[in-house]
Design a protein around this ligand. Structure first.
Ligand code: IVH
Length: 699
């Protein structure tokens, strides 16, 4: 490559890297893998090293990425100007030089040996894959929490940090400096990530690509209560400036741990490259058993004095390097693409692949997200494609091996009409996805809504997708209200159904008549109205008629409800078909809040804040309900405000530890039950099912 070609390539790489950096840090929705990003960055730095005359201070190779810019169309409140306050970092928040090869780790060690006297040690640590945070403690109390921002200025997320269960507001023990900073990573454990994505899909929202994006999106939420519900954790790994009188990084972290700060116990002090390699290969395997994502290991010179001597480049410390694990990747062929319609009408392209083994499971299908993503990959049917497990969970296509493209491979045409009902697709403003607008006539959307209506967290009617398919195909059911007109005769028409299965189904439908209003509201499947929002709206308005006639302004008064949700609720009830459906559901006897909202049945727990953990003889949701019915408040994390921790079998060890530390009392199920009046058995419900004679026929 000559000088002028290099200049052009540098400009191109900078533009591509800047765009992908924005997608990663700001939108929390990366479209290329870390490995691809790092490879492009390496090409840029190599070219800049070769042609230093092209170096500019604003090149992405000289600056860490920034999470400061407001995401486009992602958060209406943020656009309305309610952003976070910003503060400068006391020490710039830099990134780490990274490598994917052991030989470069060796080079790092050799460079260090040349600069500092022999006999130093390395602190080897996991590289946690979350979002960076910087905590400042003053006189032992959390004073401020900042995101990385652009490395110089960060967003003040203190209120959110205080909702992260293992970040202490107050330090314990003694000997901490009057003021100090400690940095680390906020992570979303896999379990919280899966629960969050399931809930998002329930309300038709795009799931997060991986736990890292979910963590960084959650840390930047404007509602600290919601942050508390996201199940984030924090791990701390760096005290910029060190601690006075403490000569190594590892001793400084041990001291931090003794003050109650969350520091990883997976650190190891290594004395040479052989020990470093041992640590790397151990964790390359064992990290798969960790409950959170890691993407490599970090090797740091442990002695503070030597760290100072080695210093920093504009972007990285010279005393540390990250060795990144390659995401497990497989190469296979793209056989065809299906276009799936969800219950909200969103059309998602899904790749059918030649089956291939990846990270322990056989992968046959992978998501292609949306049309823009397909175009960005320039994917063709018959292509050889790379697949990775995003955050080790959801398989996705990360690239195309162009050198193996078969001649004449066809560019797939994204459908212009719904693959199910043939209605022309639409792309609403600000959406990356195409939608089928035929909400009421599109079979897949109709079946999807029925499946959602009957799901466990909604009406909890025992029925699989196959039952819905049959009920739909026989023309027995189109809307939820149709379910309540079903009788024995119709159900016996279903393939393989006998009286016993039909009765069980009818019993389950009858049971759903006592499902409280808030869950019925969730079951209706109003776009963006998830479980929590439905609860808030139900509590605020008390009954369905008030919700249906609420104005946008009235809805905005409900906690958790912003512009997007308010508009969606208003639009839902503006449709006469939906009002007619509500009337039928009322007639069927569903709880639509016509009676006064449920009052606490006693005040036995008035003023008490209770955290529950573990398993009980009844479901955890039932336990929470009992707490609320008796005037108590549920909270998800143990803090100094917790009245007691209600522990069942197998309680979370972290909660127990925290309770012990803060002197919070731990009680068992039996003691709890003795504190409240015995719960009434669930009330009998009148219904169509009481006698066979009441059974209506559809034909
Ligand atoms: S030390 C001066 N230690 O990875 C930089 N960073 O890709 C000091 N990270 O910016 C950072 N685990 O956000 C350090 N054990 C660890 C880490 C770690 C994850 C993050 C951190 C850093 C990024 C670089």
């Amino acid at each position: 490559m000559d000088r002028s070609e290099a200049g052009k390539r540098i400009l191109h790489l900078r533009a591509v890297l800047a765009e992908n950096s924005r997608r990663y840090y700001v939108d929390n929705a990366p479209v290329i893998s870390d490995y691809e990003f790092d490879t492009l960055m390496k090409e840029l730095t190599d070219l800049e090293d070769m042609y230093p005359e092209f170096i500019t201070p604003d090149s992405p190779s000289r600056r860490p990425g920034s999470d400061l810019e407001a995401p486009v169309g992602q958060n209406a409140e943020r656009l309305a100007g309610k952003e976070f306050k910003q503060y400068p970092h006391r020490y710039p928040m830099l990134s780490l030089g990274n490598t994917y090869s052991i030989s470069e780790v060796e080079e790092f060690a050799e460079r260090a040996v040349k600069t500092v006297p022999e006999g130093f040690t390395y602190s080897c640590e996991l590289k946690f894959d979350g979002t960076a945070i910087c905590l400042t403690y003053k006189d032992g109390v959390l004073f401020r929490a900042l995101t990385r921002g652009d490395g110089v200025v960060g967003d003040d997320v203190t209120a959110n940090a205080l909702r992260i269960s293992n970040i202490p507001r107050v330090l314990k023990g003694s000997g901490y400096p009057a003021e100090f900073e400690i940095r680390g990573e906020v992570l979303m454990p896999f379990a919280s990530f899966e629960a969050l994505n399931a809930a998002r899909e329930d309300i038709g929202e795009q799931p997060f690509a991986n736990p890292r994006n979910a963590a960084s999106g959650s840390l930047k939420l404007l509602d600290p209560e919601e942050v508390g519900r996201r199940g984030l954790i924090c791990t701390l790994y760096h005290i910029p400036g060190g601690l006075e009188g403490v000569s190594t990084h590892s001793d400084a972290l041990d001291a931090a741990a003794s003050w109650g700060l969350p520091v990883s116990d997976k650190r190891r002090i290594c004395k040479d490259i052989a020990e470093i390699e041992e640590y790397i290969s151990y964790w390359d395997t064992h990290r798969k058993g960790l409950p959170y994502a890691t993407d490599g290991i970090v090797i740091k010179i442990n002695e503070s004095l030597y760290q100072q001597r080695l210093g920093y480049t504009a972007k990285f410390p010279r005393w540390a390097v990250a060795y990144k694990f390659k995401a497990e990747r497989a190469l296979t062929t793209l056989e065809s693409i299906d276009y799936q319609v969800g219950r909200t009408g969103a059309v998602t392209p899904v790749a059918n692949l030649s089956p291939v083994l990846l990270a322990g499971t056989v992968v046959k299908r992978a998501t292609l997200n949306n049309e823009d993503f397909m175009r960005m990959l320039d994917i063709r049917t018959g292509d050889w494609v790379y697949i990775e497990k995003g955050g080790e969970i959801i398989p996705k296509i990360t690239g195309v091996e162009l050198s193996r493209r078969p001649a004449g491979a066809a560019v797939p045409a994204f459908p212009e009409v719904c693959p199910d009902c043939g209605t022309p697709l639409v792309k609403p403003e600000g959406e990356a996805r195409w939608f089928c607008p035929n909400q009421d006539g599109c079979p897949t959307q109709t079946k999807g809504r029925l499946i959602h209506f009957m799901s466990r967290k909604a009406m909890n009617v025992i029925a699989g997708d196959a039952t819905v398919e049959q009920l739909y195909n026989l023309g027995l059911v189109r809307t939820p209200a149709d379910l309540y007109s079903l009788g024995m005769q119709q159900l016996l028409m279903l393939d393989g159904w006998k009286e016993k299965s039909a009765r069980r189904f009818l019993d389950s439908l009858r049971g759903s008549l006592s499902v409280p209003f808030e869950r019925v509201l969730f079951a209706l499947g109003i776009r963006y109205v998830g479980e929590t929002t439905a609860k808030e709206i139900a509590r605020h308005f008390g009954d369905i008629d008030s919700v249906a006639s609420a104005t946008r302004e009235a809805l905005l008064e409900v906690p958790d409800v912003g512009d997007v949700i308010a508009d969606s609720v208003v639009a839902f009830f503006a449709q006469p078909a939906h009002i007619a459906e509500i009337v039928r559901l009322k007639d069927a006897g569903l709880q639509l809040g016509a009676q006064a909202p449920r009052e606490p049945s006693s005040e036995a727990l008035q003023g008490l804040t209770i955290v529950i953990s573990g398993n009980f003889s009844v479901s955890r949701d039932r336990m929470k309900e009992l707490i609320e019915m008796n005037g108590g408040k549920n909270s998800s994390s143990v803090s100094s405000h917790t009245s007691f921790l209600l522990a069942g079998s197998k309680p979370g060890p972290e909660k127990i530890r925290k309770a012990g530390e803060l002197g919070v009392r731990v009680i068992g199920e039996e003691e709890f039950m003795s504190m409240i009046p015995s719960p009434a058995p669930s009330g009998e419900v009148r219904g169509l099912f009481d006698g066979e004679e009441a059974e209506p026929t559809l034909f």
